[in-house]
Design a protein around this ligand. Structure first.
Ligand code: DCT
Ligand code: MG
Length: 391
């Protein structure tokens, strides 16, 4: 207790007669000044995080600092800000005073300072100056090009490139993904609506069933968590007879290309192999499924003066049925929720979780399942429905 919360918080709580109950080492019952009690466990995968938060102004500020840290390749800092933002997202009340922050997990000194600034002054100077800095604006613009990551954007910024026009005139040779990203820059930076995602789903599903009758397809990513817009559309495909799905993606891509529906595509084959000798597979963020990252040409109903279609980023991923539950869980997100699930698995349960499998390191065996519910159960967690995974 002393090490996790600090003695002063504890003694102060006792003196003030605030009930404090340690349920187990990962669950802490905190009582807010208005006497509302709730649980705020420290791993995001132990709590419900709905889409709508009571603390948007804080979470947006912390997310911006996280994004800035990501653009600066400071991953540790970025995750700390993301975890702090996630705690405030899960809080069932709006924070109006710094005393409410006491006892909450994952709020480091830096995040607390930002929250206090906003409580006291309405804004955080650090957030304001970051948001308006030339560097942040340029890196955000450049990483907004599909195929451009933080490192490339940073290199270009150091060469003085701060706009798309400057990039075009710089003479840099862009790879095919970046060329497509630049060409469709405007469309790809417009949010994709649920209706657009479903329209693409109908087209792709028809092609998938043509190629392999009996296939199943699920809309994953943010849309499965209840979001009404997203930056892309993520689909997972499988077939009840294991093995039949092999090679499916290249046939689907050929048909979509023949219909003129793909503006760009990059297909990769499945490279996953179970290997007990290596103990756990790395629980990395990237999986090894057969997949296609593409830019879809979607016909739009309302005629625009210049064109009657828009470009949309679409990910098509194929998983064997035996790995499907893991793939659905891994592709539903949010990114932080997934990261926290993997951290919980390894730190608390000595297991390695990926979008392919769950490996019990102590028992040296894979834990097979056919549903997300069973995976949570293997991990000793309450089931969290997709719409509550918006950490
Ligand atoms: N994912 C992950 N770790 C990553 C990248 C992705 O766990 N580093 C998982 C979680 C979400 C899913 O893949 C799809 O990724 P995105 O499309 O980037 O996220 P999203 O939640 O669908 O966001 P958006 O709604 O903006 O598309
Ligand atoms: Mg997505």
């Amino acid at each position: 207790l002393k090490t996790t919360l600090g003695m002063s918080w504890f003694t102060e709580s006792m003196r003030a007669g605030r009930p404090v109950e340690i349920l187990d080492k990962h669950e802490l019952q905190v009582v807010l000044p208005d006497k509302e009690q709730f649980l705020m466990p420290s791993y995001a995968c132990q709590r419900l995080t709905p889409l709508e938060s009571h603390n948007n102004k804080f979470t947006e500020a912390l997310s911006l600092l996280a994004e800035n840290a990501e653009l600066n390749n400071e991953e540790g800092r970025a995750v700390a800000f993301r975890r702090a933002a996630a705690v405030l997202k899960a809080l069932p009340v709006m924070v109006t005073s710094a005393t409410q922050l006491r006892g909450l997990p994952c709020l480091g000194e830096h995040s607390q300072r930002v929250i206090k600034d906003i409580i006291e002054n309405g804004v955080s100077n650090e957030v304001e100056s970051t948001m308006h800095s030339e560097r942040f604006k340029a890196l955000k613009l450049l990483t907004g090009i599909f195929g451009v990551g933080a490192k490339t954007a940073d290199r270009w910024f150091k060469e003085g490139i701060q706009s798309l026009t400057q990039l075009v005139h710089s003479g840099h040779e862009l790879n095919p993904a970046q060329q497509a990203g630049l060409e469709h820059y405007h469309d790809l930076n417009q949010p994709v609506t649920k209706a657009e995602a479903e329209a693409i789903g109908d087209i792709v599903r028809r092609v998938v069933l043509d190629v392999l009758p009996g296939s199943e397809m699920t809309l994953t990513g943010g849309f499965r968590r209840g979001k009404m817009t997203g930056h892309d559309v993520d689909f997972l495909i499988t077939h009840p007879d294991e093995g039949k799905e092999t090679g499916l993606i290249s046939k689907v891509v050929s048909l979509l290309t023949a219909q003129g529906l793909l503006l760009y595509q990059k297909t990769t084959r499945n490279s996953y192999m179970e290997n007990k000798g290596r103990l756990a597979q790395p629980s990395s963020t990237m999986d090894r499924f057969e997949r296609c990252f593409c830019i879809f040409k979607l016909e739009i109903k309302e005629m625009r003066p210049d064109k009657d279609w828009r470009a949309v980023r679409v990910d098509l991923v194929v998983a064997p049925i035996s790995q499907y539950a893991f793939a659905v869980l891994g592709w539903t997100g949010s990114k932080l929720f997934e990261r926290e699930l993997r951290r919980w698995a390894s730190q608390v349960k000595s297991m390695s979780l990926s979008s392919h499998a769950l490996f019990d390191i102590k028992q040296c065996k894979y834990l097979r399942t056919t549903s997300e519910e069973e995976i949570f159960s293997h991990l000793g967690l309450e089931f969290i429905p997709p719409t509550e995974r918006n950490a």
